[in-house]
Design a protein around this ligand. Sequence first.
Ligand SMILES: [Zn+2]
Length: 440
Amino acid sequence: MTRSLWIDEKGRATSGGIGESMLALIRELYPVGRSITGPGLRVTVARLSEIVPLQVTEVPSGSRVFDWTVPDEWSVEEAYIETADGRRVVDMKDSNLHVVGYSVPVEAEMTLAELRPHLHSLPGHPDWIPYRTSYYSPNWGFCLTDRVLQSLAEGRYRVVIRSRLAPGSLTLAEYVHPGETAEEVLVFAHDCHPSLANDNLSGLAVAINLAAFLRSRRTRYTYRFVFAPATIGSITWLATNESALHRIRHGLVLSLLGDKGPLHYKVTRAGDQAIDRAAWHVLSTEFPGSKKVDFLPWGYDERQFGSPGVNLAVGRITRTPNGEFPEYHTSADNPDFLSAESLAESWLACLKVLEALDGDARYINTQPKGEPQLGRRGLYRSTGGHQDVPERQLALLWVLNQSDGMHSLLDIAERSRLPFRVISEAAADLERAGLLTPAG
Ligand SMILES: [Zn+2]
């Protein structure tokens, strides 16, 4: 039996309010000091678990994961720079971007010249704070606006970073929605960035709301949502789940989904997988202005999923890609940079891509000699309430013409350039009328 679509034609209307609720979640999680390990990561996962219960796994520091080692856990209590007369010129209380991620502890007095190599600013955007980390080489530093940096007078400064680096664990979180088959679709979002909104929080908000939507629905595939730190987190997850990776048929990495730029689909390493076809078909037919970008072993965790020894069919959906908007990795990537409309559209686009994967199937036309008489079966009449009648009638003819058991609904959608939703609904109408039967 053809499956009913998850989202009807009025999908935009029925998803009303989801953009606002995602933006509210992003605002709530924005001040949390996340890193690749530590308490901020756990707070974030616990909040997501209130929406959909996540299974949390803690992987101990020192664990070997492929060519990497899970690092010591990092936490920071306070970090500031004070002038000799006790005035704080930089304070992590104002923004957790002020401290370089994984800074080792320091408490010292030094001259501006000695302090200077530890200070990072953006001269081109003098009011923005950059985002910097030093995970794997022990160092410390502060990020600040160039305006503040330029205002620092010569003299002595007191520098304090009360951080802790000690054996602990790296937090992985996942939710599995069981489907009719054990074959899986993986949805991955990284959760390791501190106060950055488009980069990481938008992906978390969209992914957890996709999980919430699928939770109450019957699906063909099993859906696995993984929330983990970028790079070390995806590598840790892959290394600790290696024996189960063969179940993953398709996957998506999600991030950067709240800015006002067009949707971008980045293809898998192979470039010609079902996820590539489904994603690009949905984006190109239903989301005007969308762009397709080639695979590149850089960016987010698609490069771990697409490494040669893993080689999973995982593509990526973003709006404006990483590094292509000036606010990227700065304090300007804050909740005000995002829009509820963009978040809602991203959520809907991702859902439609998953829907096209899940609903793809092959059928056989039971009256293949000439065109069957559709009017007699009420098929023209049944489409009468729709705005796009010619498109729907054309879809009926396309599905009948191509349903020889060789072509799937996605094949037909691609060839006809009609939205998958329209082709899928046409197939359901034809099956109800006895003109279509599942192949194989
Ligand atoms: Zn990033």
